[in-house]
Design a protein around this ligand. Structure first.
Ligand code: ADP
Ligand code: MG
Length: 242
């Protein structure tokens, strides 16, 4: 009977239940569960496991360089981002409204940490997230453009609800690539949410993009529906060393 049950569970793709069937049956006997409670118990475990599998898959395909969470963020080390702000951001109404977040500040103050932690929370809430370092993003855009697949590349990108672009302004970008970046931002404008991190203020972005007209056009679209957060303070990497 158990083998037959497992076959049917497999047809219903209930792998978690198959793997734990014996322990579930023992649990039901030990706790003297009613038929209804037993069925509810099995269904809940199967659902939770599927949800976890989906979350793990989303985390893998989001390309975070490492996982960071707000649990290991020291809110006392800096005073620009508060727990109250995080609580508000975690409602993700800003993603539903296609708004952006822009984190600016010197190196080491936690811009990347906060972006990844926010992206991670967004995944837990069911959103699709992709993380890019600016240089990798530019490289991918150049390849897509050279192969005449730029439209296809964007179509794939906008399957995400949130696009994180880390480290804008660190390295100079060729003018032709700045134009490609503008094309991307114009496509995402009022359509998808973006998180940007930068160690440069907007007025300094021109040095990186090379062209003040393109820079203005990029900044204009990014900030229209955005919250810009300036994080100041000392680098966390220097903690205890200053
Ligand atoms: P940034 O992107 O601003 O240069 P990071 O987010 O990469 O800085 O932070 C540098 C390192 O310090 C990372 O390992 C990060 O996890 C850690 N870090 C930064 N700020 C904090 C903080 N307030 N609490 C805990 N860790 C932090
Ligand atoms: Mg960083």
């Amino acid at each position: 009977m158990i083998e037959n049950l497992k076959k049917n569970l497999l047809r219903m793709r209930c792998r978690h239940t198959i793997n734990n069937l014996e322990s579930y049956l023992k649990h039901a006997q030990d706790k003297e569960l009613s038929y209804l409670n037993f069925l509810a118990y099995v269904a809940e475990n199967e659902c939770n496991s599927r949800n976890q599998t989906l979350i793990n898959l989303q985390i893998r395909r989001s390309s975070f360089p490492m996982l960071k969470s707000f649990d290991d963020f020291d809110f006392k080390y800096q005073h620009s981002v508060t727990k109250r702000m995080i609580t508000e951001w975690k409602t993700f109404s800003w993603i539903d409204n296609r708004e952006n977040k822009i984190f600016m500040g010197p190196p080491g103050v936690g811009k990347t940490h906060i972006s990844i932690a926010l992206g991670y929370e967004a995944i837990l809430s069911g959103y699709k997230v992709i993380f890019y370092n600016m240089n990798d993003l530019i490289d991918e855009m150049i390849i897509a453009n050279n192969e005449n697949t730029f439209k296809k590349w964007i179509a794939k990108l906008v399957k995400n609800d949130l696009i994180i672009i880390d480290e804008i302004g660190y390295l100079p970008i060729k003018e032709v690539n700045a134009s490609l970046f503008f094309k991307l931002i114009a496509e995402l404008y009022e359509f998808r949410s973006i998180i940007i991190t930068s160690n440069r203020l907007f007025q300094e972005w021109g040095e990186s993009f090379g062209d003040s007209v393109i820079t203005t056009a990029i900044v204009d679209r990014l900030v229209h529906h955005a919250e810009t957060i300036l994080i100041d303070g000392n680098s966390y990497r220097m903690k205890g060393k200053l």
